[in-house]
Design a protein around this ligand. Structure first.
Ligand code: ADP
Ligand code: MG
Length: 979
């Protein structure tokens, strides 16, 4: 490795430099590179200076170590004790080249990243390091920041609760640490919402290193980032119903506990059938009942309950099932996620009118009304409208109650969500990681908020969205590091054009990986796991137990409690606390249970005396769907040449084994061996069988992700066009040019639409012109018939532009540019949001068409394209519509109105509603005085407006940011003032 040798030679030479001389290199390189205009050329320069630059970083690390430099990281005192190893230099080179460096846990990837980050930050364009959580972003920025600041570079760190001003400062630093979702959300806010350059916080996407890259680009890629804003109207009544539902749930719990006790007695009597039937009822009423869960762990009881369930779902027993449900207050179906009140429950909630929770039969009611001879047609309509309204209110109430029931019965605090800073934060079921900023849909999130007694946020709608994949594709150069990338190398290559390089470990790895132990049932398996934990614990050897779900962790924890073995369970509550628990996991006698160790980002050092005991022992309680996750877990022990061992436990009842065919084959083998209760199988051939099943799942999951991406590519292209245009508007020094471009394109298109056919519609055109622009054209003045289509377009263009110039001359000259930008931005944002909504619906819709032998993707692409063309046309028309309806101040507007042709004032303005398109837009928040009607009567407006549901159209503006209406005041003191 000649480059590494060269770096070390230079490091040796630099020892004679003073601190200042070493530091001076940074400024000199920055200066030199800033003179190179092209990024590609800058990169070439970086390649040239790589050995020297890496040597400078390494030399700085050496100096800090020699002086035993002390500092604090996340309020903990620390001493700098690291100088880059050769393998770390190698890792740094790979990262600089825009590849993935696979380096095992504990190899010091945090330090590796300092080399390429320093080098690439020399371009002055900003280098980003992406972590899996906020805590790690802060920890690593403060820790590695020691090196950067020593060398004269600035380092920043994005945290969830930062205000835009602070974020902007962090991005302005040479190097910025932050999580993928913060980076992604900032992108969305900058490009989809900010209305001026000053409001934007990021400054380009040049180089990023993604830490735990598999975790972020593969696991997290399942959920897109979504920014949602409050929907305009909110009708929820969660607060109102909460106390009653709470009582109802309590009653049901008491009932279910009584039933469970009854069932237990029946089991003991040997009446398994009755017991199963009773427990099935408990399952209907309270699927997460503690005693039920415990019984489900016992295979005999479980079988009895499953059997009862199966028999009740037979067609012939519908009536009985209904009866069974009526004996409860409500039923909960975990699979379909539904909650239904029974008669008893309805009476409890509203003793006077149990029908208050039943939807009326509208169709027959309407028929009755229609047939009623005593009613006049008007009365009939009125009556129908009343019934409709009643039905809507009813539906809302039922929905609210069923969401509350779900919130109480299916969603557990600290398992499915945590409560932090008066907010409900979702916990990812698979990774156990918190997902701040994400919300459940359809009112469920609010129901959970009501349950927890925290502030209930309003219903939301999507304002902007992007997948993690597409965010990272924005970077000119992307690199990644992780302990496990090799198994997913094909995917990284295909989707991100990232190649994987495996870096050797600093010291040879001496971990012992035992063969899997395979059992018939889950219960036997868990018993064996507990036995092994007990065994290690009695000798003082620390154990790390990995599970694939939060539920499995809890089960194990219960079992360990029964055995009185002290242990820690990693839950998603606090990342910092989590890091401490992980760090302690290598101490003598500790037992740590964790869901999915992938991407936890803290390494486990062995405590005194532990190496002699064989180091950390890792137990996997199930093989994960992806081999990568298993390797991550194994990799937690035996870091940096430490001793360590690992073993996985598997049962035929595990999902992986049941679903992917491995079980069948193995059952045969087991039968041949005549396996008895509690006995296990163990052979390296069997490990292979399990891996085959895993490969099959990996392949399937990859195809699913690829498919998602194919769909998202369509949206991505559209987003690029729209965001590109938006930024052009924001950056434009002469927004009027852009307005005129719109006029030049949209007006001739309209003229052609009216006049282009064999039967030209002169009246229609005249109507459109007069409802969109204050030209006061009459048939005689217009004389459309005397000109060709093109000539008419030309004629109108001139008239419109001169009218616009006239209007502008009355405007406040300092505000007119902001106003013009705002007219376009407002049109883009409003319609783009509608479009996002429609695209969602389309995406769901095309899947249904899949049945008709059509490829959903092709259908989606075709229709999405058509919708996009329409969107762009609609945006232009919306701009035209608002051109003469927007003003920088009311006085100017009135002056302008006074100059309009008299008859127009009389005929059209008098009847003008608040805006074309009428009620829809009038209900949206508007900057005071910025929108008023000049022209447009009710009917005519209908022709040009886009009839869409009521949704929020204002970009989300921070309360302290300048008001988008261009007044120069803060938003909170202007249009955002709370009435
Ligand atoms: P990884 O992310 O690769 O799992 P970390 O970056 O968390 O590893 O580092 C693991 C531990 O190794 C840290 O405690 C760090 O201080 C230590 N370490 C890393 N590089 C060196 C080095 N060159 N010399 C000494 N200790 C190091
Ligand atoms: Mg790490």
């Amino acid at each position: 490795m000649p480059i590494v040798r060269r770096i070390n030679e230079l490091d040796e030479q630099f020892k004679s430099l003073s601190d200042d001389q070493l530091r001076a290199r940074t400024a000199a390189w920055k200066e030199e590179i800033s003179k190179i205009p092209e990024l590609e050329e800058q990169w070439k320069k970086l390649d040239e200076i790589l050995p020297e630059a890496f040597a400078v970083v390494k030399n700085a690390a050496r100096r800090l170590k020699e002086r035993q430099h002390t500092f604090t990281v996340c309020d903990q005192p620390m001493v700098w004790d690291m100088v880059h190893f050769d393998v770390q230099l190698l890792g740094g080179i790979v990262l600089h080249k825009g590849r993935i460096a696979e380096m095992a846990t504990g190899e010091g990837k945090t330090l590796v990243a300092t080399l390429p980050l320093y080098l690439n930050a020399l371009t002055g364009r900003g280098a980003h390091l992406v972590t899996v959580n906020d805590y790690l972003a802060r920890r690593d920025a403060e820790w590695m920041g020691q090196l950067y600041t020593f060398l004269g570079l600035t380092v920043g760190c994005i945290q969830h609760d930062q205000e835009p001003d602070v974020r902007r400062q962090q991005y302005a630093c040479d190097i910025t640490y932050g999580t993928n979702s913060e980076f992604g959300f900032d992108y969305l806010r900058d490009n989809g919402m900010a209305t001026t350059r000053e409001q934007q916080v990021q400054r380009g996407y040049h180089y990023a290193i993604v830490d735990e890259v598999d975790s972020i680009l593969i696991d997290e890629a399942r959920t897109p980032l979504i920014i949602s804003g409050p929907a305009t109207i909110s009708t929820h009544q969660y607060d109102k119903w909460k106390p009653l539902i709470e009582q109802l749930v309590r009653k049901q719990t008491m009932l279910c506990n009584r039933l469970a006790a009854e069932a237990m007695a029946k089991f003991e009597e040997g009446d398994v059938e009755t017991a199963g039937r009773i427990m099935f009822k408990v399952k209907l009423g309270q699927p997460r009942n503690k005693q039920l869960l415990r019984m489900m762990e016992d295979p005999d009881k479980r079988r009895a309950i499953d059997k009862a369930e199966l028999s009740f779902y037979q067609d012939t027993r519908k009536e009985e099932l209904f009866q069974l449900k009526e004996e409860l207050f409500f039923t909960i179906d975990e699979k379909s996620n539904e909650a239904d009140l029974s008669e008893q429950g309805r009476i409890f909630l509203n003793p006077d009118d149990p029908n208050a929770f039943v939807l009326p039969d509208l169709i027959s009611e309407f028929t009755e009304i229609d047939l009623d001879p005593t009613l006049s047609p008007e009365e009939k309509e009125k009556k129908k409208a009343e019934r409709q309204q009643y039905c809507d209110a009813q539906a809302e109430r039922i929905h609210n109650i069923s969401q509350l029931l779900r919130a109480y019965c299916l969603f557990e605090k600290d398992v499915h969500y945590v409560v932090e800073d008066n907010k409900v934060v979702i916990v990812d079921e698979f990774t156990g990681r918190k997902m701040p900023g994400r919300r459940w849909s359809d009112g469920l999130h609010q129901a959970v908020e009501a349950k927890e007694g925290v502030q209930i946020d309003r219903e939301t709608q999507t304002l902007a969205t992007i997948t993690i994949q597409n965010y990272f594709r924005l970077y000119q150069k992307l690199a990644g590091m992780t302990g496990t990338a090799e198994t997913e190398a094909a995917e990284f290559h295909d989707i991100y054009k990232l190649d994987v390089n495996v870096i050797p470990t600093n010291k040879p790895c001496i971990r012992v990986d035992y063969n899997d132990r395979i059992y018939k049932t889950r219960r036997e398996k868990y018993n064996a796991v507990i036995k092994e934990i007990k065994d290690c614990h009695s000798r003082g050897q620390p154990v790390l137990v990995g599970t694939v779900s939060v539920e499995a962790s809890e089960l194990l924890s219960r079992m360990l409690k029964r055995e009185k073995i002290p242990h820690n369970v990693l839950n998603a509550k606090f990342h910092m606390q989590e890091a401490e628990i992980v760090a302690r996991a290598g101490q003598r006698g500790t037992v740590t249970i964790s869901t999915n160790m992938a991407g936890r980002g803290t390494d486990i050092k062995l405590g005194p005396g532990v190496p002699e005991l064989g180091g950390l022992h890792v137990i996997g309680t199930e093989r994960h769907e992806a081999r990568r996750i298993d390797r991550q877990l194994r990799g937690r022990c035996a870091r940096q040449g430490d001793p360590g061992s690992s073993r996985f436990y598997v049962s035929f009842e595990d999902d992986l084994m049941r679903n992917f065919g491995a079980a069948d084959r193995m059952t045969k083998i087991m039968e041949r061996f005549g396996l008895e209760e509690g006995q296990e199988l163990e052979h390296r051939w069997l490990n292979k069988s399990v891996e085959t099943a895993q490969k099959r799942v990996e392949q399937r999951n990859y195809l699913i992700r690829k498919r998602t991406l194919d769909f998202d590519d369509v949206m991505n292209m559209q987003r690029e066009v729209v965001y590109g245009y938006r930024n052009e508007v924001i950056d434009s020094e002469e927004p009027r040019k852009l307005i005129y471009e719109v006029i030049d394109e949209a007006v001739p298109a309209k003229v052609k639409e009216y006049l282009g056919s064999d039967e030209p519609n002169y009246t229609g055109l005249l109507h459109w012109v007069n409802t969109t622009f204050p030209l006061g054209l009459t048939r005689e003045k217009a004389q459309f018939e005397t000109r060709s289509v093109e000539e008419n377009a030309q004629f109108l263009l001139e008239k419109i532009k001169s009218a616009y110039e006239r209007k502008s001359s009355h405007e406040d000259p300092t505000a007119v540019k902001s106003l013009e930008r705002y007219i376009i931005l407002n049109a883009i944002d409003r319609l783009w949001q509608e479009h996002l909504y429609a695209m969602d619906a389309l995406r769901e819709g095309v899947y249904l068409r899949g049945y008709a032998q059509k490829d959903p993707l092709i259908e989606y692409k075709t229709e999405a394209y058509e919708m996009f063309v329409e969107l762009m046309a609609n945006i232009k028309n919306e701009v035209l519509n608002n051109l003469f309806r927007s003003t920088s101040n009311l006085q100017a507007f009135e002056n302008f109105l006074a100059t309009l042709p008299q008859f127009l004032m009389r005929e059209d303005l008098a009847a003008a509603p608040a805006g074309a398109g009428g009620s829809a837009r009038a209900r949206q928040p508007q900057p005071a005085g910025a929108v008023a009607a000049v022209a447009g009567d009710g009917e005519g407006a209908g022709e040009i407006s886009i009839d869409l549901p009521v949704r929020r159209s204002m970009p989300k503006v921070g309360r302290n940011e300048p008001c988008p209406c261009g007044s120069g005041k803060k938003y909170k003191n202007c249009c955002g003032r709370v009435a």
